[in-house]
Structure formats: C-alpha cells, structure tokens
Write a protein that binds this ligand. Structure first.
Ligand SMILES: [Zn+2]
Length: 639
C-alpha cells in the first residue's frame, strides 16, 4: 500500500472525531465573549530615522498588532521585508519617499498572518508536487503565512526542497521528521536525526525537529485509561479501538529522544491524544528537562485528554515553559449533528464528559499560553472558519460557508476573539520557537500580514469571523495573494509571483507510454486513480485504498509484441510482497506469466519479462503489508 496519504487522512479523521466529541457534554460552560473590544487602542509609535524612507506603508488601517498589550495602530511601515514603524497614519506618512509604495487600505483591519504549527496541507500530498502547490495556494488564500509540517517521511523531504529551490514555497515551512509513524512503525531507523535542525525564521524551509507519536489516533486508537465501549462500531474495532487503545512509548524513551533532539537544536513534537499517551509524554519531558534544561521549545500536540491528568502532571506543562498545541474547542465543517452522537457509542461517559482540551491545562497553569493547530485535512477549512468555532458555539459548513449551531455543542466553553487571535498567531509562533521574528506586528519582526475583508471584532461573529478572509496576504513585505481592488493598489508588487517552470516530473529513463492504454482495476482510491500509473510522473500513483488481493489491468488496444513491463513500487511500509502477472488476448487474461515475490520498499523498481504478443496485462497482488499501489507501470514493446 501506499499507506501514504490515505492512511494519514484516515488517521486524521479519527483524531478529529475524538476532538469533536470532546466538548460536547461539558456541563459548565463559560460565556462567549466574541464581541469583546480590543484591550488597547493606544498606538505605539516607533518611527525610524526620517532619512530612511520605507518600502511600503499601509495607512488608514486598524492594525491589530497582537503584541503583548494587544495594541491597535493606524498604520505600518515596512522596509526590506521587516516592520520598521507602527503609529498613526499621519506619523507614518512622514516616512514616505519617492519610491515608497503607499497604500490606503480604507480603514480595513490589518493583522499578522496565521501561524499553524501543525498542518498536513503539504505533507499529505507530498511528494506529489502538484498537490503540494495546491496546498500552498490554499494556505495563502486563507492567510496562513507560517506552517509546521509534522511527520515528514524519508520519501517526502526531497519534494519540499525542490519546491523551495524553485521559489515555490512562500509559506515559512518547518518540517518535523518522523521518529515513529502513526502506526508506531520504526522502519526508517535514524532518519529523524539525519538532518541538521534549524529554527531560523528567516528561511522559508527548515528541518525544525522530530515528530513522535506517543499513542494511536492517527492509526489505531488513542491510549486512554477508560476502555472503549463494546458498542464501538466494527470498522473502528478492526483498527484497534478496543480495550485501552494503543500506547507507543514509555517516558524513558520520550526522555531520551527529546534530550537527543534538544541537544541537536531541534524540537520534538509529541503527538498525544489519550491520557495514557499524554502521561508518558509529559513525564518523559519532565525527566529530560531535569537532566538538562531545554534549549528549544519542546512540545506536545493535540492534548485532547489532559483533563484526566493529575494536577502535578498538568503543572509540568507550565514548569518547562511549554506552549501546548491544542485543538480549538470545536472545528469547522462539522455541521452534521450525527458526528457528536456517534461518539457516545465509543467512549464511556466519564471520558466523554471530560474531553475538552484546554480547561484543565489553563486551570493548572494560570497564564499559560496555548496555541491552536489546524491539523488539516482532518479538520477542513480556512483559519477564520475554524476561529468561528473557537469563539462561538457554532461552526461553519465548509461546502456552503453557512454558520450552523449543532445542539450537541451548546454550552461548550469558548474563548474571546483576542485570545483566539493570540492562539492563532503569536502563541503558535512561540510553540514553534520563532516568536522573536514571527507572529505579531512589531518593529523588527517580519512583515507577514493580512489585510482583511471584515473586522474580526464586528459584533456579529458570522460577519467578522465566519465569513471573513484576507483580501491580501503579505509575506516578508511582498503580496503573495490578493483579490479585488487592493490588488491594483499593490500594483506590480501585489501580483503573486509567477512561479518558474516547475522541475520536470519525469525522470531519466522513464518515458510515458505513447500508445493508448485503458486501465481497469479492482478498487481505487478516488484521489489516486489508476491512470496515474501511466502518466509518466513518478510523483503520482494509483492507490487501491485496500489490502491485497488487488489487481490492475491494462488494455493495449491491439495485440502488441511486448518485451517486458517495468513497475515502480509504491509501498509504505515496505515488506514482503507477492504479485502474479497474467497476460493474454482477452480481458481478465488467464495466461500466467510470472510471480514476483520478495521484500520490496517504496520506489523500488521491478521488471517482468513478457516476451509474447498480448493485448491485456494484469498484475494481481496477492499479499502485501500495505495497501496495493503503484507509482508507474511502463509497457515496453519488443524492438
Ligand atoms: Zn496531525
């Protein structure tokens, strides 16, 4: 299988559901304060020397700086990609020189770009470059200017580097290399330590650290101290949602990896959903920081069942200065009322009642900063659509854009708009260890900012948040996305840069087939169709989305003298596989050609001699440790 993207998506879905159930029966809600006004409206003026005109001035704005005091300014000036001044429009116009681009934003809100420390917008399509390009475009449109990509696998790293080298990766991207995978596979050994770690916020691409799974949730089940109910649906039981779930690590193992990665300048991002996984993670962090105080911002992501940890365990979060990365209270795209109901068949009431991911953390650590994460695609939607579910008891239907208010979520605690903005910008940057440069609009920080269609403090959160979006997304002072009249104001500077010709996908020695070939398959994952095996691209694949046995069949259109076929393996994890090749003059050909049997790994190349005149060729995979999939299959005619 290319367990690849599909397994990950599935994992994410399961994980989302966990999160969802979370708040649904919280008995003691806090009132929503989504219409609260900003805390400070006194602009801080920091004007540089008058003899240094700025490159860009945005004025007549409501600049929500998200600095310590949540200051609101009227204008911002930018030079060399950094913020050089904030103040009133009048003050900053003094910085305009003959070459300064001065833009009147018409009173609109300007805020820092969203920082999403844990998203799979790029990782799930990787290494498919076109899919990654789509992910980048989606992020820029929604205003995500910095992202963390957890669980990067050996076969994906190169794709990020290719995009970056081609200037196609405007979003600041921090990669976390896989220590173990979501199923707790450890078949890539010391890959996680192979690269040099960096937290350099001025680079668009860095390998920032390591991703470790402490328990299931993205594969198998979160490890919880209460057993999953007998009424859990069979399809979940089959993948491990029984007993107490799946614990992957001990605190000692966590401590040793975290110490090793911290000493090398990296951040270990620990996936923790169930309380048993969280317990090993937090105790491991305590052991490691006892041995040597952390130099980097070590962290736990998800934190769904922290409410089942003891106060002593919870206080470790604050003691080691962690900025925990949590789901928002609810998520966008979940207007289907059955979603919350399904969880009552899976989790017992004591667990169901306490799956709320930040109340206990906040209570045990007064003043702790929490970061959000989007965790796309498990939670679909753009940042403002998710924010709506943090600050109201509603959600946004991703298909229609309409707000909905599922009854299951009545009374779930919310945060106010200011706190939501902090969680989604500066706190997230702190979780990633880059808040000195990223996350707030302050002098000396990077000019990553958004000009918004609506005011997020609009008294109606459906207007100010659910339907809000960036009109312009700016990274390092350059507009990388824009829509509407402001595009014209940005002029040449505002036009998204045209990417250079993408690097060729077709490697040497692999020619696309040049005759028509119809493909039939037993099963297929719709996003990875069978035609991908014949498109000449080693980046795209056919994925059956199912375990063996599975077959794929080619129709050469006419009887053809075939010398051999070449196959490029798509298989994660690797292992012993067995394939049978058949060929003949009719569909479902009965003529047995060969068996291919042995240990194969992702991107291995196989060859099978045919040496016959045939029209149909079928490859039947009879056993494999992963879903049946192929990147490419090439038919070589004789001569
Ligand atoms: Zn994730």
């Amino acid at each position: 299988m290319r367990g690849g993207s599909y397994a990950r998506v599935l994992a994410a879905l399961l994980l989302v559901v966990t999160a969802c159930t979370a708040g649904s029966s919280d008995p003691d809600p806090e009132p929503s304060t989504s219409t609260a006004a900003p805390t400070s409206t006194t602009p801080t003026t920091e004007v540089p020397e008058p003899n240094a005109p700025a490159d860009l001035i945005l004025h007549n704005a409501q600049v929500v700086t998200v600095d310590q005091d949540f200051t609101i300014a009227g204008a911002v000036a930018i030079t060399d990609g950094d913020i050089v001044a904030l103040g009133t429009s009048e003050e900053l116009m003094a910085l305009a020189g003959p070459d300064t681009l001065v833009i009147d934003v018409g009173g609109r809100t300007v805020m820092p770009g969203f920082v999403d420390p844990h998203t799979h917008h790029l990782q799930n399509p990787a290494p498919d470059l076109d899919g990654m390009r789509d992910g980048i475009a989606f992020m820029l449109k929604g205003g995500t200017t910095t992202s963390g990509a957890p669980t990067v696998f050996p076969d994906e790293l190169e794709a990020y580097r290719r995009l970056d080298a081609a200037g196609e990766l405007p979003v600041r991207t921090h990669l976390y290399l896989s220590y173990n995978d979501f199923c707790n596979g450890r078949d890539h050994d010391d890959f996680y330590l192979e690269d040099e770690f960096s937290q350099d916020a001025d680079l668009r691409l860095v390998v920032a650290g390591v991703k470790m799974f402490s328990d299931g949730g993205a594969c198998r089940a979160p490890a919880i101290s209460h057993e999953y109910l007998d009424t859990t649906p069979d399809h979940l039981k089959e993948v491990g949602w029984v007993g107490s779930g799946d614990l992957y690590v001990t605190s000692e193992e966590v401590a040793s990896v975290v110490s090793e990665v911290d000493a090398a300048g990296g951040i270990t991002v620990i996936h923790g959903i169930g309380d048993l996984g969280l317990r090993e993670a937090i105790n491991g962090l305590a052991i490691a920081s006892e041995r040597r105080p952390f130099a980097q911002h070590q962290r736990i992501d998800h934190n769904s069942l922290t409410t089942l940890l003891t106060p002593d365990e919870l206080s470790i979060y604050g003691d080691i200065g962690m900025v925990p990365v949590v789901f928002g209270v609810r998520w966008a795209g979940a207007c289907d009322p059955s979603v919350g109901e399904a969880w009552k068949s899976i989790l017992s009431p004591p667990v169901l009642g306490v799956i709320e991911n930040s109340t206990a953390l906040r209570a045990a650590n007064p003043g702790i900063r929490l970061s959000w994460h989007g965790d796309a695609p498990s939670i679909p939607g753009q940042p403002f659509q998710l924010m709506f579910s943090f600050v109201t008891d509603g959600a946004v239907d991703i298909d229609t854009g309409e707000a909905c208010y599922p009854a299951a979520w009545d009374g779930v605690p919310t945060v106010d708009v200011e706190e939501a903005l902090r969680m989604m910008t500066v706190n997230a940057a702190a979780a990633m260890g880059i808040e000195e440069r990223v996350g707030s609009l302050e002098v000396g920080r990077v000019a990553d900012l958004l000009i918004l269609a609506a005011d997020p403090f609009d008294p109606d959160p459906e207007v100010g948040i659910a339907a809000n979006r960036p009109l312009v997304t700016v990274i390092d002072g350059e507009a990388v996305y824009c829509e509407g009249a402001l595009c014209d104001q940005f002029g040449a500077a505002g036009k998204p840069e045209q990417a250079d010709e993408p690097p060729p996908d077709v490697p040497e020695g692999w020619e696309p087939v040049d005759h028509p070939v119809v493909v039939a398959v037993q099963a297929s994952a719709s996003i990875e169709p069978p035609a991908n095996t014949l498109d000449g691209s080693e980046e795209t694949l056919w994925n059956s989305g199912a375990d063996a046995q599975q077959w794929i069949e080619f129709d050469l259109g006419t009887p053809t003298d075939v010398d051999l076929i070449r196959l490029l393996v798509s298989q994660y994890p690797g292992g012993v596989t067995r394939h049978e090749v058949y060929a003949g003059a009719h569909e479902d050909p009965g003529r047995f050609i060969a068996t291919i049997e042995g240990e194969t790994n992702d991107r291995d190349r196989l060859e099978v001699e045919i040496g016959a005149t045939v029209r149909y060729i079928r490859i039947l995979t009879t056993s494999s440790p992963s879903w049946v999939a192929w990147f490419e299959i090439e038919v070589e005619p004789t001569g």
